[in-house]
Structures are given as C-alpha cells and as structure tokens.
Design a protein around this ligand. Sequence first.
Ligand code: SIN
Ligand code: CO
Length: 370
Amino acid sequence: MLGDLTPSEFLREYWQKKPLLIRGAFPGFKGLLDREELIGLSCLDGAQSRIVTFEKGKWSLRDGPFRKKDFAKLPERWTLLVQGINHFLKDGGKLLSNFDFIPHARLDDLMVSYAPDGCGVGPHFDSYDVFLLQGLGSRRWQISSNCEMALVPDAPLRILKHFEPEAEWVLEPGDMLYLPPKYAHNGIAVGESMTYSIGFRAPSYQELATQFLIHLQDNLEIPGMYQDPDLEIQDHPAEIGKKMIGKVKKAIDAITWKEEDIEHFLGIYLSEPKPHLFFDPPRRPLSKKRFLEEVEKEGVRLDLRSQLLFAMDHLYVNGEMIPFSNLDRSLLKDLADRRFVESVETDEETSSLLYRWYSEGYVCIGGNHD
Ligand code: SIN
Ligand code: CO
C-alpha cells in the first residue's frame, strides 16, 4: 500500500514531513459506495455531512443532515463531504485497518467526497495528516508547500487567496496521495469523482491543555478552606492584599499531577465518541449465558463506532476508564488492536465486562456487524 516503502521507511521519511504520491496503492480499488449511497448516508442523523458550493464567485457551505431533494437544486459547482464513513460501513473500518502502522489514538476518521466534473472545495490546507485515496473516477491534485495564510475573506472554508501549485498529478482509482498538515492542496474532479480521505487527528496543545484542566477539575480534591487568623487592618479595605494573594497562590501551587493523570486524561479524551454518535443496544439482547456461548463460537467484534484504547494499567472504552486489574489483558488488548477476536474463552470478570459492552452496543457477536 505504500509502494516500495515499508511502514517504518514511510514514517521516517514522509510522515509529518513531506507529501508522497503512491500509484496503485490499492490496486483495483473502485470505492466502497456509489454516489446514491453517499447521498443516502448524508441524510442520516448520525452522519456529519457538508455541501460546499461555488456560485457567482462565492464559496458557500451547508451542514447536513440533508434530504434527498436538496440534491435536486444545487448550483453547477458543488461537492458533498461525509465524515465518519467508518462508523457506518464495515468496509470503511476494514480500509482503515490498513493504516494500523499509525496508532489508533492518532486516527480521526474516514471521509468520503463526491464531486461532479470540474468541482472541488477550492485550494486550502488542513491541520491534519491525510491520505487521499482515489475511488470512483479521477481527480487532479495540485499541491504547494507554500502555505501562505491569507484566506479568501468571508468564505466558510479556509480557502487560500494565493495558491500556486508546485506539483500536480491526476489520481486514478487506487492511487493515493499523502499530505502532512498545513500543506496547501486543491483537488479538481476529472469527470465524476469520489475521494476517500483517511484523516489523522492532531489536537492543538491549547485544546489538550483546556481539556486536561477540565478533566483535572472533575477529579480534583483540595482539602481545607481559606483562613486568616493573622488578619491585620489594611489601609484600604477595598484592596486585595498581598497576604491574601500569597495564601491563595500557595494553595493553588499545591495542585500537581502525575504522568498517570495525563494518561487517564488522554485515554478518556481520545476514546470519547464524537457528540453526534450514539450506540444501539441490541433490541432483543441474549442472556449472558447465550452471549458467552455465541462469542466462544463466533468471536467478538467492536462496534464500528467504538473506540477501545489502552495504556499501562487501564482500558479506555468510549470515554470510560476501566482498570485492567484481574481482567484478561491479552484478550482485551487483542480486541483493541484488531477490533475482532475470533473465539472468546475467558474468565468470569472479563466475560461480564464483554457482556456489559454487548448490552450497551459497544461490541457485537462475530461477524454480525450490520
Ligand atoms: C475532497 O475530497 O474534496 C476534499 C478533501 C481534502 O481536501 O481534504
Ligand atoms: Co483538505
């Protein structure tokens, strides 16, 4: 899939460094769905979809979910983008597993775009690493390392005002282009075109720190309360005195965190489902006994929407932290890595956990995915 490169070579030479074009990365790849199926997904409540149009020199953006009839009255130039295809399509999840040489914690999702001939979303850059895999038809990609930040004013997307391509290629089905973050690019459909974007998240440190402080706040216990038995008369009663500031600083300085706290935060934050995602518990759940008989025969699979990560002594499932304690670590790590375990035979505690996950819609039996 990486042409002549091994995953280690790719990571060393290209990842987060420079673009790479791979002809025939997925030989024979024609895409996972057609235009009508993509439109169908863009009409679902749980899908994040956008339509970008260009009309009379102006870019516009509309957020989904859409109705089928929205597609009947579009201007000549439009593109449909649907995020999170891997949460709906088993083959989407399978496609992503080819990228397992990059940690799951870095993965964002699979986005699919549809554009009629000559259309695209305009020259822009993303803050993400992305693999642009061509499905249906062809697309001309122009790229530039010169990511000058001037943007078209009032455009709903970050469209670049000045864009001078340094290189361009027409990608055919199965060809793939890797772009590091902040690399300017412009994709123009050549005939009807569908592109599969495998995107990797890179939260800003600002976002991480803000979220960490929120996490800390929920888990913080600071004993004691402000006291001033040493209070002295001040010249100005309205002044916040130095002594008061000093005492509060001392109390706040006592707040510390360990690597373990960072791990817990990251696990919870990175496994948290996106806000529009909901799990479907089984409508007629099997008894625990039947469930265990089934998973012993058929295996167990993570639901397409589930994110299961682990670190050191904890598992993180869909925003929840669970200590490994006496659980079957090797089975659960295998399930997290491969999202599927063929045949499950395990201890009582792990069986109970799997059954709870099944009841919540986090896992399902064997291949009965969709
Ligand atoms: C597209 O597929 O049209 C846009 C993908 C991208 O530029 O990131
Ligand atoms: Co882009």
